[in-house]
Design a protein around this ligand. Structure first.
Ligand code: AMP
Length: 190
């Protein structure tokens, strides 16, 4: 079982790196944002509950998010491990995740935090907004999501640093350069 968490602000390129890491390790990349978007597109109950929060750049309530993650981690394809992208986003969620992994007889092995400075992140998000037309990619919502990240999710990095699980990755440069940096860390720990 390999359990990995990918942290980083919105626009840091987590989604792309998550797919690459997951492929290399042979585990599923589990993106809570992606699961919410799929549920919204399909008009499910979870999608309806998540929509108003996502559109405003707020977190979906823990009652919805934690249950969804728990169900996803119990799926057969996650039995050998998983890579989480977008969860946990608060220290409270990190505590819930610790309990969930313990119930699965596992523990978090590694946390990667992709660091990119704020101006670069906003520039990347504006570009993505043009390409993907995501409802939560307008500039005011983006600024708000970044602010929420600093306030709520950066403490999660500290939480894992205190457990010696955190590895910081420089997220500037090309996508391939960032992947190389991440793979170098994985090689070192293998
Ligand atoms: P993302 O694709 O990771 O940027 O997530 C998009 C949106 O989904 C976020 O702005 C939140 O509204 C919601 N979301 C994703 N993950 C979580 C989470 N762990 N807790 C609460 N809301 C989340």
């Amino acid at each position: 079982m390999t359990a990995i968490i990918l942290l980083g602000p919105p626009g840091a390129g987590k989604g792309t790196q998550a797919s690459r890491i997951a492929e290399r390790l042979g585990v599923p990349a589990i993106s809570t944002g992606e699961i919410f978007r799929t549920n919204m597109a399909e008009g499910t109950e979870i999608g309806k509950q998540a929509k108003a929060f996502m559109d405003r750049g707020e977190f979906v309530p823990d009652s919805v998010t934690n249950a969804m993650v728990k169900a996803r981690l119990a799926a057969p394809d996650a039995a050998g491990g998983f890579l989480l992208d977008g969860y946990p986003r608060t220290v409270a969620q990190a505590h819930v995740l610790r309990d969930m992994t313990m119930d699965l007889g596992a523990a978090i092995d590694l946390v990667l935090e992709i660091q990119v400075d704020e101006d670069e992140v906003v520039a990347r998000m504006l570009k993505r907004a043009e390409e993907l037309h995501r409802a939560d990619d307008t500039e005011p919502v983006m600024r708000h999501r970044l602010e929420v990240y600093h306030r709520q999710t950066e403490p999660v990095a500290t939480y894992y640093a205190d457990q010696d699980l955190l590895h910081v990755v420089d997220g500037t440069g090309t996508v391939d350069e960032v992947t190389d940096r991440i793979f170098a860390i994985l090689d070192r720990l293998a």
